[in-house]
Design a protein around this ligand. Structure first.
Ligand SMILES: Nc1ncnc2c1ncn2[C@@H]1O[C@H](COP(=O)(O)OP(=O)(O)OP(=O)(O)O)[C@@H](O)[C@H]1O
Length: 335
């Protein structure tokens, strides 16, 4: 589903208080894309994702989904389009009095499907999310990861074209988070679904998203492919999110810099990481290089390498080498 958001604003009014939760948001999300929205607490993420299915009413602006302007729809048409949008939540929102089978069957019952259709669909979904052995269990007897699998199966029951995830992995441990993200990616690939997710974890963006919007105080302050934001974050907030990912910073700090040397942190995006940059640098300039730390972050569509090196030599030679690195389009930071 192609989503277009134009000049979207949301103001919450409580008595005499006004909160500007979203300020003039513009974005397009492509069909089949996994689009991440990241921001700190209170930035406006939930408000934004909830406006996409009108769980929250926008104050101003337009939202269209596959060229249908949802901001204008009457209740009946809104219900129809909502049946094509699935949603999962941080705390799963399962019905505690219904077992796994009944939770997944619930949206199908609301759609008026007959028992046979419901049974076939629920069995298929149980298999898909790998929970066939839990079909008679109640939510209170499931782990967080299992609960989210049930919620995903329920969200997929009516074959939606768009899946919204409101912090869908925030309550899960890192290993379970990975497995849920893998499941979401499998769903996107196999069903061609568009997925929009909000999160405050850069790890989630790194692992699964094609593009990311960074939201702060109700505004989008950065929007690009995940690779570009990782390799070259433009705002302070984006830099902080990126650097919060595990790096070998501690080792760098422990390392004692020798007099006359420079510590340089290099970031390589995609193809460039395959070039023998360091050995070319040593050949071209009268310098020595010590590699202090390195890591590679695998993103959805590319990879980013980070390398921290110590360059030893005469000042002017080191500076020439640094200039050369910049010309090779390598992002670098002298520490
Ligand atoms: N129903 C409401 N009434 C009044 N203010 C609200 C309401 N819902 C959200 N807000 C305010 O709108 C702003 C954005 O909130 P929102 O929940 O969208 O942020 P968020 O980025 O999802 O935060 P979190 O990560 O903590 O959930 C905040 O200042 C919040 O206090």
């Amino acid at each position: 589903m192609l989503i277009r958001v134009k000049n979207l604003s949301k103001v919450y009014k409580n008595n005499n208080d006004e909160v500007y939760a979203l300020k003039n948001i513009n974005l397009e999300i492509n069909s089949g894309e996994i689009f991440g929205i990241i921001g700190l607490s209170g930035a406006g993420k939930s408000t934004l994702i909830r406006c996409l299915n009108r769980l929250e009413e926008p104050t101003e602006g337009k939202i269209s989904i596959d060229d249908i302007e949802i901001t204008n729809l009457n209740k009946k048409d809104l219900r129809n389009i909502r049946s094509e949008i699935g949603m999962i939540f941080q705390h799963f929102n399962l019905l505690s009095s219904k077992n796994v089978y009944e939770n997944i069957a619930f949206p199908l019952e609301l759609e008026g499907k007959n028992k046979k259709e419901i049974n076939e669909r629920v069995e298929t979904l149980l298999k898909y999310v790998d929970l066939e052995d839990k079909k008679l269990s109640y939510p209170s007897h499931l782990s967080g990861g299992q609960k989210q699998r049930v919620a995903i199966a329920r969200a997929l029951a009516n074959n939606p074209k768009l899946l919204l995830s409101d912090e869908g992995t925030s309550a899960l441990d890192p290993k379970t988070t990975k497995s849920i993200l893998q499941l979401l990616n499998k769903i996107r690939k196999e069903f061609g679904l568009t997925i929009v997710l909000i999160t405050h974890q850069m790890e989630v963006i790194k692992d699964i998203c094609d593009r990311v919007a960074i939201i702060e105080d109700g505004e989008i302050i950065e929007l690009d492919t995940v690779g570009k934001v990782f390799a070259n974050p433009k705002t302070k907030t984006a830099s902080e999110f990126v650097s919060n990912l595990k790096t070998n910073i501690e080792e760098e700090i422990k390392y004692e810099k020798k007099p006359g040397s420079k510590l340089v942190k290099l970031s390589f995006l995609g193809e460039i990481s395959k070039k023998p940059i360091v050995s070319n640098m040593i050949k071209n300039f009268d310098i020595d290089v010590n590699i202090l730390s390195g890591n590679i972050n695998e993103l959805m569509t590319t990879s980013i390498g980070n390398l921290t090196i110590e360059i030893l030599g005469k000042d002017e030679e080191i500076n020439r080498a640094i200039q050369w690195l910049t010309k090779e389009n390598i992002r670098l930071e002298v520490i």
